[in-house]
Design a protein around this ligand. Sequence first.
Ligand code: URA
Ligand code: ZN
Length: 370
Amino acid sequence: MASSDQPADPQCLVVDIHTHMYPPPYINLLKSRTTVPYIRAFADDPAGLRLVILPGEDSPANPSTSRGRPVGPEYWDVAQKIAFMDRHHIRTSVLSLANPWLDFVDDEAAAVEMAVRVNDWFEETCARYAGRLYAFAVLPMKAGVAAIQAEIQRLKGLQWIRGVVMGTTGRGDGLDDPGFLRVWQTLAETSTITFLHPHYGLPSDLYGLQNANYGHVLPLALGFPLETTIAITRMILAGVFSDLPDLKVLIAHSGGALPFLAGRIQSCIEHDSHLKKAGHKPINILEILSRNIYLDAVIYSDIGLRTATQAVPQGRVLFGTDHPFFPPLEGESKWPSVQTNVDAILKGLETSDAHRVLGTNAIELLNLTT
Ligand code: URA
Ligand code: ZN
């Protein structure tokens, strides 16, 4: 199909399941901090707030990232989210708190309090825009398993929450931490979908001595998706999906490299003598992909998009924008990142499949009333 300014068929309802906000209490938390993650202005541009959230981003050794990225009301003002949706013909959005969520809030009581405030803000905001907004909730990751489980249970009483968003580190030891299995159990038992999203990237020495000339490209383009791929592979190796066949994980950025590398990972597992000797339970990645995994369509090319749709069953790939990250370049009013993802879907798939990815899959999976 030809590239277009909007989905070809105006009957096609577009649903964005990867779209972020920082609610005001969270913005205030970031503004109150002086170590990463934080929001601040710099002396030579006192009006321009900057978001500095990535590990090592503010290192003086890397001036190409040390002032973070610009941040404005598009991150916290719901009217701007709706205006963005209208401009891009998006009927419904499933909002999520952006990285780094509450991963850095170590104090148990503070983490629980902020999770409740953020989740209640999403609930109230979605209620004001019924049918246009839903949300994935955040969990107080450093508050202990019981507190995390309690918040998952509390969310079941909220009307507009459709799952939880989560980074790759869990309580600090990753998503394959045996102690985290009880959280996965609660998510599976409550039929809560997890939106898995990267934040930490890879160790910066992998980016080399020239990285100070490359801005955010290596951590965002490669660090993020490879971090995701490692996190989900660790879950597979730990047997999380074998133990919990009902667990549903929606993976950001089309699963990182998972769709492309699934065969290689499977082969390495089968050839590994340590796993054999240790009596490791058999793992079938294709089965996990077809039973437990959903992918967003934030991949920016028809090549990647087709790979994603081939890796999981029909109905398991869902449109997203990653708004408000990757804003329009100067002088543009449209967000090219949105159009690139729409075009990839329209180019890569037959019309009926494209429409499913653009909206119907999300409506069915997340039980949305648009
Ligand atoms: N997308 C995100 O969600 N977070 C970032 O930090 C960058 C891109
Ligand atoms: Zn994102």
